[in-house]
Design a protein around this ligand. Structure first.
Ligand code: UFG
Length: 335
């Protein structure tokens, strides 16, 4: 295979995927506009892997600049991460979300089409399943109307890719992530949340670090064993490895378009996660139970059998290590 273009390759999941690709000997080209990351991630990836890669500070929505990257580099596959991802923010800024996530994808597809790049892997989300009671959930579950503009951009993105693949030589793999957490074992790369985090783990680690006073667990009156929501937390390195498997799978697909759940197949409650964090890191977290958060799904976890069977991928990292690496990353952020 030729070079792999990773859009958003300096972001949270993108940087971990870039590391996995480089470690396997792939040549990587990264495009990132640095809105949700910093340039030093490039050096950190180099430090981890000992391998360099081409980097372009380009916004995927800028088709002319993106086309230049395709002209300069001989790209054989694309893993497309570059997108906004904050559910709450998307409710306040729907136009920005549709512009960035949908126009960005269309811009990318004009480049792949012109340059005959057929292998495409797309970041999607389990949010496409909506509020379901049917966990473990398979890819057969119908897509429902999303509860946020962010979720809608993922549904629209999948549909655009399906239509594109249907009438071209493209081979598209959509990966529906459950809850990505954790950081690289080197603690050199991880998630860089901007402002007050809305996701659980960055809020937990920032509370432990004293940046936030207290974690509120949103609701303990759900119909679950301990009353708190259940999610399928997946370590970002396991997730990154699935992208490598997906880009390798893509040229040999029988179908032009396919979707895969990426989760561990195990659900953990929010309380379990907080207790695991305290236990493995040997600390006490300041937390309390509060009101439910609007829009939260009660419980959802993946049936990831299809990814195991067709991509030859499975998760290997358990909850304890997710909590350990999240804290190690937070601690080095303070240095
Ligand atoms: N939670 C708290 N307190 C917090 C933050 C979160 O109790 O301060 C709880 C939430 O109520 C939820 C769980 O922790 O029960 C996980 O919440 P996150 O915000 O970390 O993640 P979500 O499950 O809400 O969202 C994730 C991804 C989205 C994706 C969605 C699909 O972040 O990108 O799954 O369900 F769209």
């Amino acid at each position: 295979m030729g070079k792999i273009l990773v859009t958003g390759g300096l972001g949270y999941i993108g940087s971990h995927t870039t590391v996995e690709l480089l470690q396997l000997g792939y040549e990587v080209v990264v495009v990132d506009n640095l809105t949700n990351t910093t340039l030093d991630v490039q050096d950190r990836i180099l430090q981890i892997t000992g391998k360099s890669f081409a980097f372009y500070q380009v916004d995927v929505c800028d088709t002319d600049q993106l086309m230049t990257v395709f002209e300069k580099e001989s790209i054989s596959g694309v893993i497309h991460f570059a997108a906004y991802k904050a559910v709450g923010e998307s409710v306040e800024k729907p136009v920005e979300y549709y512009h960035n996530n949908v126009s960005g994808l269309i811009s990318l597809l004009s480049c792949t089409k012109k340059h005959n790049v057929h292998s495409i892997v797309f970041s999607s989300s389990c949010t496409v399943y909506g509020d379901t009671k049917l966990s473990p959930i398979t890819e057969e579950h119908p897509i429902v109307e999303a509860i946020s503009p962010y979720g809608t951009t993922k549904i629209i993105g999948e549909q655009i890719l399906k239509d594109y693949a249907n009438f071209s030589e493209a081979r598209v793999v959509c990966l529906r992530y459950f809850n990505p957490v954790g950081a690289h074992s080197s603690a050199l790369i991880g998630e860089l949340p901007l402002g007050v985090p809305s996701n659980l783990i960055p809020y937990v680690t920032q509370t432990a670090a004293g940046i936030r006073e207290k974690l509120t667990i949103f609701g303990n009156d759900y119909n679950t064993p301990d009353g708190t929501n259940i999610r399928d937390f997946i370590h970002v390195v396991d997730l990154a490895q699935a992208h490598v498997k997906a880009i390798e799978y893509s040229p040999n697909m029988n179908m032009s378009f396919d979707v895969f759940n990426l989760g561990t197949g195990k659900g953990h409650s929010v309380t379990e996660v907080v207790e695991a964090f305290e236990r493995v890191n040997n600390l006490k977290l300041n937390y309390a139970y509060g009101e439910r958060r609007a829009g939260d799904v009660e419980q959802i976890w993946a049936d990831a059998t299809k990814a195991k069977k067709l991509l030859g991928w499975k998760t290997t990292i358990e909850l304890d290590e997710m909590m350990r690496s999240s804290w190690a990353w937070q601690k080095q952020l303070a240095n």
